[in-house]
Design a binder for this molecule. Structure first.
Ligand SMILES: [Zn+2]
Length: 65
């Protein structure tokens, strides 16, 4: 399984973690969560990173569990 935790994406105070079969699914759910719960942080990240960079950063935070 794949795991993606908010704290690994820089949201240190958030305990959100998603576990799914595929990395794509984990990134989709975590991305959706981040947009809803951390809109300011997302805006900040999207200012400094392009879409592919953001996806790459999320991919790097995905762990095998
Ligand atoms: Zn979060």
């Amino acid at each position: 399984m794949k795991s993606l935790a908010c704290k690994d994406m820089g949201m240190k105070d958030c305990g959100f973690e998603v576990r799914t079969e595929t990395a794509d699914e984990a990134m989709m759910i975590a991305g959706d969560h981040a947009k809803r719960i951390h809109p300011d942080k997302m805006k900040e990240m999207m200012k400094t990173m392009t879409d592919p960079q953001l996806k790459q950063a999320m991919m790097a935070a995905v762990k095998n569990v």
